[in-house]
Design a protein around this ligand. Sequence first.
Ligand code: DC
Length: 231
Amino acid sequence: MNSNKITIAIDGYSSSGKSTMAKQLAKNIGYRYIDSGAMYRAVTLYGMKNGIVSPEGNVNIPTLIKILPEISIDFHLDGDKQYTMLNGENVENEIRTLQVSNCVSPVAAIPEVRHALVRMQREMGKSKGIVMDGRDIGTVVFPDAEMKVFCDASAEKRAERRYKELTDKGENVTYEDVLANVVKRDHIDETRDESPLRCAQDAVRLDNSGMTIEEQNKWLIDLFHKITNQK
Ligand code: DC
Protein backbone atom coordinates (compact mmCIF):
# COMPACT_ATOMS: atom_id res chain seq x y z
CA MET A 1 0.00 0.00 0.00
CA ASN A 2 1.26 3.48 -0.84
CA SER A 3 0.79 5.36 2.42
CA ASN A 4 1.06 8.77 0.69
CA LYS A 5 -2.02 8.19 -1.34
CA ILE A 6 -5.49 8.92 -0.05
CA THR A 7 -9.05 7.81 -0.83
CA ILE A 8 -11.34 10.35 -2.46
CA ALA A 9 -15.13 9.98 -2.34
CA ILE A 10 -17.27 12.20 -4.57
CA ASP A 11 -21.00 11.83 -4.08
CA GLY A 12 -23.99 13.73 -5.29
CA TYR A 13 -27.14 13.93 -7.33
CA SER A 14 -27.43 12.50 -10.84
CA SER A 15 -25.83 14.68 -13.52
CA SER A 16 -24.39 17.02 -10.89
CA GLY A 17 -21.11 17.04 -12.80
CA LYS A 18 -19.40 14.79 -10.28
CA SER A 19 -18.10 12.25 -12.83
CA THR A 20 -16.54 14.97 -14.99
CA MET A 21 -14.69 16.52 -12.08
CA ALA A 22 -13.79 13.19 -10.45
CA LYS A 23 -12.30 11.89 -13.72
CA GLN A 24 -10.27 15.07 -14.27
CA LEU A 25 -8.97 15.08 -10.70
CA ALA A 26 -7.89 11.43 -10.99
CA LYS A 27 -6.05 12.24 -14.22
CA ASN A 28 -4.33 15.30 -12.73
CA ILE A 29 -3.07 13.51 -9.63
CA GLY A 30 -2.41 10.07 -11.18
CA TYR A 31 -5.11 8.19 -9.23
CA ARG A 32 -7.46 5.48 -10.47
CA TYR A 33 -10.98 6.68 -11.26
CA ILE A 34 -14.01 4.47 -10.63
CA ASP A 35 -17.53 5.41 -11.70
CA SER A 36 -19.67 3.39 -9.28
CA GLY A 37 -22.88 4.46 -11.08
CA ALA A 38 -21.61 2.61 -14.15
CA MET A 39 -21.56 -0.56 -12.05
CA TYR A 40 -25.26 -0.17 -11.09
CA ARG A 41 -26.01 0.59 -14.73
CA ALA A 42 -24.14 -2.54 -15.88
CA VAL A 43 -26.15 -4.77 -13.50
CA THR A 44 -29.34 -3.12 -14.80
CA LEU A 45 -28.33 -3.70 -18.43
CA TYR A 46 -27.55 -7.35 -17.69
CA GLY A 47 -30.99 -7.71 -16.11
CA MET A 48 -32.67 -6.06 -19.09
CA LYS A 49 -30.83 -8.25 -21.58
CA ASN A 50 -31.88 -11.36 -19.69
CA GLY A 51 -35.55 -10.43 -19.22
CA ILE A 52 -35.15 -9.88 -15.46
CA VAL A 53 -35.66 -6.10 -15.61
CA SER A 54 -38.54 -4.92 -17.81
CA PRO A 55 -38.30 -1.72 -19.91
CA GLU A 56 -40.72 -0.16 -17.38
CA GLY A 57 -38.28 -0.87 -14.56
CA ASN A 58 -40.07 -3.84 -12.98
CA VAL A 59 -37.47 -6.13 -11.48
CA ASN A 60 -37.72 -9.87 -10.83
CA ILE A 61 -35.78 -9.46 -7.59
CA PRO A 62 -35.23 -13.15 -6.59
CA THR A 63 -33.91 -14.00 -10.07
CA LEU A 64 -31.66 -10.95 -10.20
CA ILE A 65 -30.19 -11.83 -6.80
CA LYS A 66 -29.60 -15.41 -7.98
CA ILE A 67 -27.70 -14.39 -11.10
CA LEU A 68 -25.55 -11.71 -9.40
CA PRO A 69 -22.52 -14.06 -9.17
CA GLU A 70 -22.60 -14.38 -13.00
CA ILE A 71 -21.88 -10.68 -13.38
CA SER A 72 -18.34 -9.42 -13.63
CA ILE A 73 -17.67 -5.70 -14.01
CA ASP A 74 -14.39 -4.09 -14.87
CA PHE A 75 -13.06 -0.87 -16.36
CA HIS A 76 -10.82 -0.70 -19.39
CA LEU A 77 -8.59 2.32 -19.88
CA ASP A 78 -7.70 3.47 -23.37
CA GLY A 79 -5.78 6.75 -23.25
CA ASP A 80 -8.16 9.34 -21.85
CA LYS A 81 -11.22 7.15 -22.25
CA GLN A 82 -12.56 4.61 -19.80
CA TYR A 83 -14.91 1.84 -20.86
CA THR A 84 -17.19 -0.19 -18.63
CA MET A 85 -16.81 -3.90 -19.29
CA LEU A 86 -19.65 -6.30 -18.48
CA ASN A 87 -18.51 -9.93 -18.58
CA GLY A 88 -15.70 -8.88 -20.93
CA GLU A 89 -17.92 -6.86 -23.29
CA ASN A 90 -17.62 -3.09 -23.71
CA VAL A 91 -21.04 -1.70 -22.69
CA GLU A 92 -20.01 1.92 -22.16
CA ASN A 93 -22.53 3.35 -24.64
CA GLU A 94 -25.37 0.97 -23.85
CA ILE A 95 -25.35 1.72 -20.11
CA ARG A 96 -25.74 5.49 -20.73
CA THR A 97 -29.03 5.29 -22.67
CA LEU A 98 -32.24 6.75 -21.22
CA GLN A 99 -33.73 3.22 -21.20
CA VAL A 100 -31.08 2.09 -18.71
CA SER A 101 -31.33 5.39 -16.76
CA ASN A 102 -35.07 4.79 -16.38
CA CYS A 103 -34.57 1.34 -14.82
CA VAL A 104 -31.42 1.75 -12.74
CA SER A 105 -32.86 3.26 -9.54
CA PRO A 106 -35.09 0.28 -8.63
CA VAL A 107 -32.13 -2.05 -9.25
CA ALA A 108 -29.85 0.15 -7.11
CA ALA A 109 -32.41 0.02 -4.28
CA ILE A 110 -32.03 -3.78 -3.86
CA PRO A 111 -29.86 -4.44 -0.77
CA GLU A 112 -28.24 -7.61 -2.21
CA VAL A 113 -27.19 -5.71 -5.35
CA ARG A 114 -25.70 -2.94 -3.22
CA HIS A 115 -23.83 -5.38 -0.95
CA ALA A 116 -22.29 -7.17 -3.96
CA LEU A 117 -21.20 -3.91 -5.61
CA VAL A 118 -19.93 -2.33 -2.38
CA ARG A 119 -17.74 -5.43 -1.89
CA MET A 120 -16.29 -4.99 -5.39
CA GLN A 121 -15.78 -1.24 -4.84
CA ARG A 122 -13.91 -1.78 -1.57
CA GLU A 123 -11.69 -4.34 -3.27
CA MET A 124 -10.92 -1.80 -6.04
CA GLY A 125 -10.03 0.85 -3.45
CA LYS A 126 -8.06 -1.25 -1.00
CA SER A 127 -4.68 0.20 -2.08
CA LYS A 128 -5.96 3.81 -1.90
CA GLY A 129 -4.97 6.22 -4.68
CA ILE A 130 -8.54 6.12 -5.92
CA VAL A 131 -11.22 8.67 -6.83
CA MET A 132 -14.66 7.04 -6.74
CA ASP A 133 -17.89 8.80 -7.48
CA GLY A 134 -21.44 7.74 -6.64
CA ARG A 135 -24.16 8.20 -4.06
CA ASP A 136 -22.88 6.36 -0.98
CA ILE A 137 -19.11 6.41 -1.38
CA GLY A 138 -18.42 8.75 1.56
CA THR A 139 -21.19 7.33 3.74
CA VAL A 140 -20.99 3.55 3.15
CA VAL A 141 -18.24 2.38 0.78
CA PHE A 142 -15.34 4.41 2.21
CA PRO A 143 -16.56 6.08 5.42
CA ASP A 144 -12.90 6.70 6.34
CA ALA A 145 -12.01 8.45 3.07
CA GLU A 146 -9.64 11.35 3.72
CA MET A 147 -11.40 13.57 1.18
CA LYS A 148 -15.17 13.68 0.69
CA VAL A 149 -17.14 15.96 -1.58
CA PHE A 150 -20.90 16.19 -2.03
CA CYS A 151 -22.04 17.78 -5.29
CA ASP A 152 -25.32 19.41 -6.07
CA ALA A 153 -26.91 21.64 -8.71
CA SER A 154 -30.54 22.51 -9.50
CA ALA A 155 -32.60 19.74 -11.18
CA GLU A 156 -33.11 22.00 -14.24
CA LYS A 157 -29.38 22.63 -14.63
CA ARG A 158 -28.61 18.93 -14.25
CA ALA A 159 -31.30 17.96 -16.79
CA GLU A 160 -29.87 20.54 -19.20
CA ARG A 161 -26.42 18.93 -18.93
CA ARG A 162 -27.78 15.39 -19.35
CA TYR A 163 -29.95 16.43 -22.30
CA LYS A 164 -26.92 17.92 -24.06
CA GLU A 165 -24.85 14.81 -23.34
CA LEU A 166 -27.54 12.49 -24.76
CA THR A 167 -28.38 14.57 -27.83
CA ASP A 168 -24.67 15.03 -28.60
CA LYS A 169 -24.52 11.24 -28.76
CA GLY A 170 -27.45 11.23 -31.18
CA GLU A 171 -30.13 10.01 -28.76
CA ASN A 172 -33.65 11.06 -29.61
CA VAL A 173 -34.91 12.49 -26.28
CA THR A 174 -36.78 15.57 -25.11
CA TYR A 175 -35.61 17.92 -22.35
CA GLU A 176 -38.89 17.25 -20.48
CA ASP A 177 -38.25 13.48 -20.44
CA VAL A 178 -34.71 13.98 -19.18
CA LEU A 179 -35.87 16.38 -16.44
CA ALA A 180 -38.60 13.93 -15.38
CA ASN A 181 -35.99 11.15 -15.18
CA VAL A 182 -33.63 13.31 -13.09
CA VAL A 183 -36.38 14.28 -10.62
CA LYS A 184 -37.68 10.70 -10.35
CA ARG A 185 -34.20 9.27 -9.78
CA ASP A 186 -33.43 11.90 -7.11
CA HIS A 187 -36.59 10.86 -5.29
CA ILE A 188 -35.89 7.10 -5.45
CA ASP A 189 -32.20 7.59 -4.53
CA GLU A 190 -33.05 9.81 -1.54
CA THR A 191 -35.91 7.74 -0.14
CA ARG A 192 -34.68 4.14 -0.53
CA ASP A 193 -34.15 2.24 2.74
CA GLU A 194 -30.72 0.87 1.83
CA SER A 195 -27.98 3.56 1.90
CA PRO A 196 -30.08 6.49 0.66
CA LEU A 197 -28.35 9.40 -1.02
CA ARG A 198 -27.25 11.86 1.64
CA CYS A 199 -24.29 14.07 2.37
CA ALA A 200 -21.73 12.55 4.75
CA GLN A 201 -21.26 14.64 7.89
CA ASP A 202 -17.60 15.24 7.08
CA ALA A 203 -18.07 15.96 3.35
CA VAL A 204 -17.43 19.35 1.77
CA ARG A 205 -20.54 20.48 -0.13
CA LEU A 206 -20.33 22.01 -3.57
CA ASP A 207 -23.25 23.55 -5.47
CA ASN A 208 -21.87 23.90 -8.97
CA SER A 209 -25.02 25.29 -10.68
CA GLY A 210 -23.21 28.47 -11.64
CA MET A 211 -19.72 27.05 -12.16
CA THR A 212 -17.93 26.19 -15.38
CA ILE A 213 -16.17 22.83 -15.69
CA GLU A 214 -12.80 24.61 -15.39
CA GLU A 215 -13.92 26.37 -12.20
CA GLN A 216 -15.10 23.14 -10.58
CA ASN A 217 -11.93 21.29 -11.58
CA LYS A 218 -9.84 24.04 -9.99
CA TRP A 219 -11.99 24.05 -6.85
CA LEU A 220 -11.47 20.27 -6.51
CA ILE A 221 -7.72 20.23 -7.04
CA ASP A 222 -7.31 23.13 -4.59
CA LEU A 223 -9.23 21.10 -2.01
CA PHE A 224 -7.05 18.05 -2.72
CA HIS A 225 -3.86 20.09 -2.14
CA LYS A 226 -5.29 21.61 1.02
CA ILE A 227 -6.15 18.19 2.44
CA THR A 228 -2.94 16.43 1.43
CA ASN A 229 -0.74 19.30 2.69
CA GLN A 230 -2.41 19.04 6.08
CA LYS A 231 -1.72 15.31 6.36
O1 DC B 1 -24.27 8.37 -11.39
P1 DC B 1 -25.25 7.65 -12.32
O2 DC B 1 -26.39 8.50 -12.76
O3 DC B 1 -24.57 6.99 -13.46
O4 DC B 1 -25.86 6.48 -11.40
C1 DC B 1 -26.82 5.60 -11.89
C2 DC B 1 -27.76 5.15 -10.79
O5 DC B 1 -27.08 4.29 -9.89
C3 DC B 1 -28.38 6.26 -9.95
O6 DC B 1 -29.74 6.43 -10.26
C4 DC B 1 -28.24 5.83 -8.54
C5 DC B 1 -27.41 4.60 -8.54
N1 DC B 1 -26.18 4.69 -7.77
C6 DC B 1 -26.23 4.32 -6.46
O7 DC B 1 -27.30 4.02 -5.95
N2 DC B 1 -25.08 4.28 -5.72
C7 DC B 1 -23.91 4.63 -6.25
N3 DC B 1 -22.80 4.58 -5.51
C8 DC B 1 -23.85 5.04 -7.61
C9 DC B 1 -25.01 5.07 -8.34
